[in-house]
Design a protein around this ligand. Sequence first.
Ligand SMILES: [Zn+2]
Length: 283
Amino acid sequence: MACDGDFRIIAAQTTDTVETAREILDLAPVAADALGRALTGSLLLARLLDKDVKNQYVTLRFEGDGPLGVVIAEGTVRGGARGYVSNRVPVDASLDVGRGIGRGMLTVVRGTPPAGKPYTSQVLLNGCGVAKELTHYMMRSEQIASAVLLGVLDRRDGVAAAGGIVIQAFPHASTTAIDAIEERIKEAPPLSTLIEKMPIEDVVAQVLHGLDYKQIDSSLDVPLSYHCTCTRERALAPLTLFSAGELRDMIKEGGSEVTCQFCGRKYAFTREDLMTLTARHDT
Ligand SMILES: [Zn+2]
């Protein structure tokens, strides 16, 4: 909380989460940068949008015309995130995240499994980078005036720092308070260079120096990690879309293997598994 309750601040240090994503998905620097920002954004939004829901997740799907193709990030309120980049090694090494994603559509899905229908909304992508796209989304779709700061710092041997801060203005926030916060954000050094040097609490203190704020409840802190929720059952789901004939071909070949696009885990399905599926077609 800052400025007499006019603002809420949520911050995340995601260095290990993003480095794990880079390793597992074998991402080029710009892909790690884009996905790292998206993963951090999804974790922050999962916390921000509804803190009373225990199982909430937020999925961000960036579908732009840039060379990275589709970028998907999913974060849960419990602190697990996973993601995917369809073109993980773009040819142009000079790309930044904004051009890498390009213009197109951002789809945000919020859900609370297992019950409840997911809530989906979309905004146009302007090719201006993940933090600005998310700021725009929150204003347009959630009617939350906010500032989103995200950063990923790549070094030769991997991700050296990653994280983000979301500052949300409550509707009663005074103009003076909004001006003060905007001033601090404008002056702030690149977030990732701060995160490399100090704990996230100190990064927040540095960015918001001179403003009165306090941490309201440290029991709300959650550890963050790259965590895939895939299961054998879910991996089998796409195979149910094949026709009986296609399944019979797979059976002839001795089985099938499905690789999870988020974590690379391989699920092997035997002839017998596939025969059970064809039996479903027959009934
Ligand atoms: Zn997986």
